[in-house]
Design a binder for this molecule. Structure first.
Ligand SMILES: Cc1cc2nc3c(=O)[nH]c(=O)nc-3n(C[C@H](O)[C@H](O)[C@H](O)COP(=O)(O)O)c2cc1C
Length: 172
């Protein structure tokens, strides 16, 4: 499998659109356990003079546990359209209860730099190392947002600032 390098600035718009149109896949790993979840909130940007992907993961997610054990992740972007089954499983089921890669029919491909795999079926890939994590304080949010998005503290978001250490398109 070939990895065709891409410039983060060139693909940032594609990733932003994918986040809005169904979501991208945030992949994590602890030891032999790999997991993937759909995310709709996130952004490509720049901080501390480094290219960055910021992901917003609710405290209750299994992904949050894995990221806290192994602070690396990959982002897989479905540039050729969503796979219905993968979207349904990775967007609603918890990796605590199943092997989501197997259930969803996704193929894990070794990443270039980080320990977390990429996904063959969703070829546009960012590899990230967490530089910083920040627990949002829902009580500091405007009331309309707080009541719309948070009912208790397990729903609070943890923001992961991932330094983008590789960006490429997987090709046969
Ligand atoms: C379109 C879509 C976007 C989502 N965006 C997010 C998100 O940005 N952050 C989040 O914590 N959960 C988000 N979710 C929910 C998770 O994907 C879902 O709860 C998943 O089952 C968590 O898996 P895990 O427990 O294995 O980590 C989204 C779900 C869908 C369908």
């Amino acid at each position: 499998m070939n990895r065709r390098k891409v410039e983060v600035t060139e693909v940032a718009g594609i990733i932003t659109k994918a986040l809005q149109n169904g979501g991208v896949y945030l992949n994590s790993r602890d030891g032999e356990k790999i997991n993937s979840m759909v995310i709709g909130w996130g952004h490509v940007g720049r901080i501390w003079n480094r290219p960055c992907f910021m992901a917003y993961v609710r405290a209750c997610r299994y992904t949050r546990e894995l990221l806290d054990r192994n602070p690396e992740f990959t982002v897989s972007v479905p540039v050729n359209g969503q796979m219905k089954r993968a979207f349904q499983i990775c967007g609603t089921k918890s990796g605590r209860d199943m092997d989501k890669f197997a259930e969803a029919g996704l193929t894990a491909v070794p990443a270039e730099v980080v320990s977390v795999p990429a996904i063959r079926e969703f070829p546009l890939t960012l590899e990230c190392r967490v530089m910083y994590r920040q627990e949002q304080a829902a009580e500091d949010l405007p009331e309309d947002i707080r009541t719309q998005f948070y009912s208790d503290e397990t729903e609070d978001h943890v923001v992961y600032y991932g330094q983008i250490v590789a960006a490429y398109m997987l090709e046969d």
